[in-house]
Ligand binder design. Structure first.
Ligand code: NAP
Length: 291
């Protein structure tokens, strides 16, 4: 049953959840979480709040004043919201970003479920465990932070951050090298094709954490034929559902998966933090259009 035919009506008891972002109209999260609430018959609703950067502080304080039970946080607020919260969970602290706020009896807790969502998708969809692995991560934005944190937490051996703007990649490598001294972090320019070929040739895993390949963004141009035999590919982009990178990697014989799984599992973990219940994955997957 979808939101067009709600299983229950909104009452004075209904618990309110939502997402803070700007813009936020494109988000898949309202339909995913409302489908989950419906599937379990919970008297809860999830709405989108378009919060402009200058309004983040009052919007966050309003979570307490209005007893809003929890929110997801997306671009551009994932880092900025940290200073307005009462407690930051370890994985969010390592990542330097929060994507889930839980209002626990008036205490605002910040979590990062993108990290666990990425690791669960990697393990569940590709059978890949990062311990000891050599990894190439494309991108140095907000999504890359969660990927780098997950790889560090799981003990990857070497992580090459390859970004269009080299100084941003270098800054990211310094930041994560301090948090995870046992993992070797380095930075390279996406335009340096010779270096990229060498990195791909020695990689166990390639992750795309750029917007390249996303609908409305440009395509990535990669020397994918240099990727080591047996290496796997994870593309965080989920719109289109199967990207050109995933299609090309599969054509070359690599196991590859697009970002819908990470989206699903980060949502499932937010749901568990908020409700204490296991998320109804099938209903959520169906709401995302991949049932
Ligand atoms: P962001 O903070 O804006 O960072 C964008 C990154 O992509 C930067 O590294 C940027 O490089 C790079 N980039 C943008 N366009 C590019 C192009 N045409 N060629 C090469 N590099 C390009 O965005 P984000 O939050 O990290 O999101 C990145 C992607 O991950 C988006 O497609 C988003 O939908 C996806 N994502 C998926 C999930 C999931 O659950 N599957 C979760 C979060 C994000 P510069 O630094 O040079 O600008």
């Amino acid at each position: 049953m979808g939101r067009d035919e709600p299983a229950m009506s909104i009452t004075a008891e209904t618990r309110v959840y939502g997402i803070f972002g700007h813009p936020v109209g494109h988000s898949f999260s309202p339909r995913m979480h409302n489908a989950a609430f419906d599937a379990l018959g919970l008297d809860c609703v999830y709405v989108a709040f378009d919060v402009e950067p200058g309004s983040l502080r009052p919007a966050t304080l309003a979570l307490k004043a209005l007893s809003i039970a929890g929110v997801n946080v997306t671009i551009p607020h994932k880092q900025a919201i940290i200073e307005h919260l009462d407690f930051i969970a370890p994985e969010a602290r390592f990542t330097g970003a929060v994507n889930t706020v839980h209002n626990s009896g008036g205490t605002l807790e910040g979590h990062n479920t993108d990290v666990g969502g990425f690791l669960r998708a990697l393990s569940g969809e590709l059978g890949f465990e990062p311990a000891g692995a050599r990894v190439v991560v494309l991108g140095a934005g907000g999504a890359a932070r969660a990927v780098l944190s997950g790889l560090g937490m799981k003990g990857a051996a070497e992580v090459a951050i390859v970004n269009r703007t080299l100084p941003k990649g270098a800054e990211m490598a310094d930041y994560f090298a301090q948090s995870f001294p046992d993992t070797g972090f380095g930075a390279h320019a996406l335009g340096d094709t010779t270096a990229l070929k060498g990195l791909l040739g020695g990689a166990d895993l390639l992750v795309n954490a750029t917007s390249g390949g996303m609908e409305g963004s440009g395509e990535l141009s990669l020397p994918l034929e240099s990727l080591a035999t047996g290496a796997v590919v994870y593309d965080l982009v989920y719109n289109p559902e199967e990207t050109k990178l995933v299609g090309e990697a599969r054509r070359l014989g690599h196991r590859a998966a697009p970002g819908l799984g990470m989206l699903l599992y980060q949502g499932a973990e937010s749901f568990r933090i908020w409700t204490g219940l296991d998320a109804p994955l099938d209903a959520m997957r169906e709401a995302l259009g991949s049932g």
